[in-house]
Design a protein around this ligand. Sequence first.
Ligand code: SF4
Length: 352
Amino acid sequence: MSKISERLLVQAHLAAKQPKPLSIAQENELRLAIKAELKAQDAVLLAHYYTDPVIQALAEETGGCVADSLEMARFGNQHSASTVVVAGVRFMGETAKILNPEKRVLMPTLDATCSLDIGCAASEFTAFCDQHPERTVVVYANTSAAVKARADWVVTSGCALEIVEHLMDNGEPILWAPDRHLGRYIQKQTGADMLLWEGSCIVHEEFKSSQLFDLKALYPEAAILVHPESPESVIALADMVGSTSQMIKAAQTLPNSAFIVATDKGIFYKMQQLCPDKVFIEAPTAGNGAACRSCAHCPWMAMNTLERTLSCLQHGTDEVFVDSSLIPRAVKPLKRMLDFTQAARLKHLGNA
Ligand code: SF4
């Protein structure tokens, strides 16, 4: 997708789909109604770290989970609820459905998509893979079910490095899609032979290294935490690079009292909750005007509102369906990732 059409798409979402502010009374009423519906419908709410804090708090209060996409997939897979409500973006709902085809998967809105998913159409991606049959196909979780169905492995930013190292040890050349910044970062870290698709995240791509450098001068004691979907020049200034969960862990474990954070600002809810005495500062983007496409908040994650969460539960709308012919092929690379990370986790516990 060209930069111009991508920008128009984002602006259309920003103009038409963003939530209206609610009064405290309205918010409380909606929260109570959602809690009642979750219970009545044997449903569990999974919320991504980038969603509105009010949605994250509700997931926690109702026994659901607030997590990155890997943990959301794992949690939804293991939970006994017959309905899973995924507050995040569409590929997360699809992942939940692929892993649990027998469950009903709802989303506050199916319109919540992702620039990485949009920028990696299955037909073009399949043609790209067909041109390089000798390569092991590794795709980021931020892709459609059809793209996953063409992959050998699915990865998230939390496990991509280890999985690529594993493939490199096996001598496998890699075809990587869709995020070029994350791909380049992993390539640099591992030295793996990787052919990269040229996708990007509109949120992380907006972080600016020169302004970050200036901000660091104002807060010399602050550690810089950067998500690897950010540009190389921003990563170069980082004290720590990692997935959302790894960034939260770093906020908890590093001795610094302040952090400059280069990822979606929805993550501040969890960071502040776990580290109430620490200060978190947004990494700079191009600014709040027309020059900035995201201003450190994903326009699609912002579509997950209380009203839409209640509506999908009450009316059964925005249910996620995945073409049944894709599920057997898409589930294989997903399960491979879950098995690999589970084995790595057990090994780590064994070594601890
Ligand atoms: S933050 Fe970026 S990668 Fe995440 S859902 Fe939004 S556009 Fe996609």
